[in-house]
Design a protein around this ligand. Structure first.
Ligand SMILES: *Cc1c(COP(=O)(O)O)cnc(C)c1O
Length: 218
């Protein structure tokens, strides 16, 4: 299926003035379709699976900024450390330490977002508020140790639900948590997908991750 150019232009027109960054989620889509969207001017792409990302990345322009948005296992960090632009789903101190280690090996500083669990569903990964507070404390205290990661904000997923009030409440909650820590360096709030990005933006998101709207259903 070809990329939905109309949807892409409409999204850009809506997000640009609001200064909301667009990550095009290309999981399960072939390199040819990613290339199509790149040719329309898109540079940020998001992938969920390490194997898939590692196999597609060499086929595409090096200018592309690859976002890892899936659940990342510590033992796979080394495969994406040499090139990944932003890791959205950091949900443990152990994972952050491994990213730091692999970033050091690759001679890079890797930018990360901490994932916060905001949905009512059990299945979504992420820190709860208490754990996040401890993680932020740990970062404060270990700045010199964790010198190859840069934690620049938060990521969250709302419940997969048609209940707009619920979704809005969850995004609004994440925004209020983000505001506690936000500063010049900690300034990315990644929330919103194809089905709920409008709500996310109205609740303060500044980065949306959009797949099916651009590439069609998976
Ligand atoms: C798949 C995925 C998206 C994109 O979902 P769409 O509904 O296709 O826009 C966004 N974020 C994460 C974490 C995902 O896994």
């Amino acid at each position: 299926m070809p990329v939905n150019q109309k949807a892409f232009e409409a999204l850009k027109a809506a997000l640009g003035p609001a200064q909301v960054a667009l990550v095009a989620v290309s999981k399960t889509k072939p390199a040819t379709e990613i290339r199509e969207l790149y040719d329309l001017g898109q540079l940020d792409f998001g992938e969920n699976y390490v194997q898939e990302l590692v196999s597609k990345q060499p086929l595409l322009p090096s200018e592309i900024r690859w976002h890892f948005i899936g659940h990342l296992q510590s033992n796979k960090v080394k495969f994406i450390a040499p090139f990944v632009h932003l890791i959205h789903g950091v949900d443990s101190s152990k994972l952050l330490r491994e990213i730091d280690k692999q970033a050091q090996k690759a001679g890079r500083i890797i930018r990360c977002l901490l994932q916060v669990h905001i949905a009512t569903e059990e299945s979504k990964f992420g820190f709860d508020e208490e754990e996040l507070s401890l993680m932020m404390q740990e970062l404060q205290n270990n700045q010199s140790v964790l010198s190859h990661v840069k934690v620049c904000g938060l990521m969250g997923m709302a419940s997969f639900s048609n209940d707009e009030a619920l979704v809005r409440k969850e995004f609004s909650h994440l925004k209020s948590i983000f505001d506690r820590y936000a500063n010049e360096e900690f300034n990315i709030l990644s929330m919103g997908m194809s089905g709920d990005y409008r709500i996310a933006i109205s609740e303060g998101s500044n980065m949306v991750r959009i797949g099916s709207l651009l590439f069609g259903s998976r």
